[in-house]
Ligand binder design. Structure first.
Ligand code: 5GP
Ligand code: MN
Length: 335
């Protein structure tokens, strides 16, 4: 994989471009994709964003989100766009299988493939150009670096600024997580100088749910959370019946995993949700417990040191039992 800087001189010749990201894109995945789309469009490229799956309603305010193709529901149109692409940008993921059904079509493409991502253990041979940097707060920060680094800071519009800011606050927990290095604040200061209304973006992302989601949160924290004090671990497990009862949609469970972190002394929080196709895990840790290694070793997943995800094909009961066993195995790291 050649360094991302090697594409800077190539940016001036317009191309057919596809941008894609991980399944169920979050604020960073969608924000970085749409910010890059607006930037490349301003340079004269023809750009389509394809999401592997549907996404949360709270990213629909992002400029350009209405034109994003959902591969699962619009395969024919998406495949036609993939077929004529000259460049493929892969944002906020680093191995094709994180795009589920889109993985094989991406692998089959013969075009130039460019990676921009901040997760661990990238599948480098799949990409021609790119940057994989785990020290970056977010992929949105890396899009900001691309735009400024290639000498186009003047193209950072108000809309691009909003998309970038959304991903930065999403992935840094609004500047809480250790990934919030000094450069993140410098970036935000620059966006503020360009007219960013940061309060508006917070409202659109975090104060934009329906009543049912708050009721669901209350129910889950009261009835679905277990705390294992000897392992400084909290577990939330959500059966399918809860998702149906509270009419939970994609994105409504985002952020749920952060709540148990407010309990004194908690090192590891795990959330498992009984989705149709699999049991989906989210892990969050504080301090020196490595969620990425934990998720990779036990739950077919990965991610970052303090935030990772995984999956299981077992029933929710079985996968919860497995979790209880493996925290015992990890007692020395957790207590
Ligand atoms: P979340 O818990 O918010 O879904 O994910 C936390 C972090 O781990 C995100 O950066 C996400 O991209 C990553 N992640 C989530 N699930 C998986 C997975 O199954 N495999 C890998 N490699 N990373 C994941
Ligand atoms: Mn990210």
């Amino acid at each position: 994989m050649k360094p991302i800087q090697d594409i800077y001189p190539l940016l001036s010749s317009p191309r057919e471009v596809v941008i894609t990201t991980h399944q169920k894109p979050d604020a960073d995945a969608m924000g970085s994709s749409l910010a890059l789309k607006q930037f490349l469009t301003a340079l004269g490229h023809r750009v389509t964003v394809i999401s592997p799956t549907n996404w949360a309603g709270w990213v629909n305010w992002m400029p350009g989100s209405r034109d994003v193709l959902d591969y699962e529901s619009d395969r024919g149109r998406a495949q036609a766009v993939l077929d004529k692409a000259e460049w493929l940008f892969c944002l906020d993921f680093n191995i094709f299988h994180r795009t589920k059904n889109l993985a094989q079509p991406l692998a089959n493409m013969n075009c130039v493939k460019i990676l921009i991502d901040h997760h661990q253990e990238p599948d480098i041979p799949s990409f021609d150009y790119g940057i994989s940097d785990t020290s970056k707060s977010s992929t949105c920060e890396m899009i900001y670096d691309l735009i400024t680094g290639s000498g186009h800071a003047d193209l950072i519009s108000f809309e691009i600024g909003e998309c970038i800011y959304a991903g930065v606050i999403g992935d840094t927990g609004s500047f809480r997580f250790s990934s919030t290095h000094a450069g993140v604040h410098t970036l935000v200061a620059d966006l503020k100088g360009r007219g960013l209304n940061h309060g508006k973006v917070h409202d659109l992302l975090y104060d934009n749910f329906l009543e049912n989601r708050l009721r669901f949160l209350g129910h889950v924290l009261l009835n679905r959370m277990e705390v294992f004090y000897e392992y400084n671990t909290a577990l939330i497990s959500i059966p399918k019946s809860d998702l149906l009862r509270y009419h939970i949609k994609t994105g409504d469970t985002e952020g749920l995993v952060n709540y148990p972190q407010s309990i004194q002394g908690i090192k590891l929080v795990a959330l498992v949700i009984d989705r149709d196709e699999e049991r989906k895990w989210s892990f969050r840790s504080k301090g020196d417990f490595d969620c990425n290694t934990f998720a990779r070793k036990y739950f077919e997943g990965g991610g970052h040191f303090n935030a990772a995800g995984g999956r299981s094909s077992d029933s929710i009961e079985k996968t919860v039992e497995r979790f209880k066993e493996v925290i015992k195995e990890n007692a020395n790291l957790l207590s």
